[in-house]
Structure formats: structure tokens, C-alpha cells
Design a protein around this ligand. Structure first.
Ligand code: ZN
Length: 164
């Protein structure tokens, strides 16, 4: 049983790709955050379990500065998913600051997290781009480089799209 709206998440990612005229990998996230007037801040003091945080009212996205660049890139795409899909969080923004993010255990099972992950995957490795790229190489490491995502994230895309 799942309340994760996979189709909605993918369609939202595809509409963002077309709006920002992303025609080939890798998807650049900076033009998107700049256009949406979102500030991205790296936090060095967060616990390892916290990857990202969107504070919608403040137009602020926090990312864990201790995580690798590729992981931060995925986390940023995930938070953009919350942004574009207009997700409501269980916690209230007034009670949260960028320096004291809510613990992931409190919202880890929320279907909106699955939707944001699916959005992020489709934004960074769209199915159509993946299919094209697979015609040139089946090497996961090379594909991960092309899309600028981790090998793990690339495997998830291939599995979700049944491209293996
Ligand atoms: Zn999330």
C-alpha cells in the first residue's frame, strides 16, 4: 500500500525540465533555484541523518554541508520537489529554524518523502535522457558521471523505469 503519487511526481519534474529548457544531462539546479528566488545554505552542524530542509516562507533550502557534493545535489532536487509539489509538512515552519531542523524520524514515513525522491530522480535522470544514454553505454559509472548523480541513485532510476 502506498500513497506516493509516482505519476504526479514524475509529471511535475518533467514540467520543470521543460520550463527550464533542460535538453540534456546533467540537469543544472542553480538556474532553477535562482529563478524561484530560493536561497541555498550549507549547514555544517547538522546531524548526518538530516539531508535537507525547505523553509517555504523564508524561501530557504538548507543542505547538510558534511554530505558529498552528489548527495547534496540529490537532496537539493528532493527539496525542490517539495517546493514545486507544494507539499505541506507535519511540522510547522514557525517552530523550525535552519539551525535546528526537525528530526527525519518524525516524518520519514510520510508519502511526500517518496514523492520528493521520485521527483528528484526524474529531475536529475529523466527517463527519456536515460533511454538515450543507454544506447551509447551500459556502464553505470559512466552514466552516473553523465547525469552527475551517485551510482546508487542511478541504479534506482534504472530499476524504477525497468530499464535493466
Ligand atoms: Zn523531504
Amino acid at each position: 500500500m502506498s500513497d506516493v503519487r509516482i505519476g504526479f511526481a514524475r509529471a511535475t519534474a518533467r514540467s520543470v525540465l521543460s520550463r527550464f529548457r533542460v535538453a540534456k544531462p546533467p540537469t543544472e539546479l542553480e538556474p532553477i533555484t535562482a529563478h524561484e528566488q530560493l536561497t541555498v545554505k550549507l549547514l555544517q552542524s547538522w546531524p548526518p541523518s538530516v539531508s535537507g530542509l525547505l523553509l517555504r516562507d523564508a524561501r530557504l533550502i538548507g543542505l547538510n554541508g558534511q554530505h558529498s557534493r552528489k548527495r547534496r545535489r540529490f537532496s537539493l532536487a528532493h527539496e525542490l520537489g517539495h517546493w514545486f509539489m507544494r507539499h505541506d509538512f507535519e511540522w510547522h515552519e514557525a517552530e523550525v529554524t535552519i539551525d535546528s531542523p526537525p528530526s527525519p524520524v518524525s516524518f520519514g514515513k510520510d508519502p511526500i518523502e517518496g514523492e520528493a525522491d521520485e521527483f528528484a530522480g526524474e529531475l536529475l535522470a529523466p527517463r527519456s535522457f536515460l533511454k538515450d544514454a543507454l544506447k551509447k553505454t551500459q556502464d553505470v559509472g559512466a552514466l552516473a558521471e553523465l547525469f552527475d548523480i551517485s551510482d546508487e541513485a542511478l541504479w534506482v532510476r534504472l530499476l524504477h523505469h525497468r530499464l535493466l
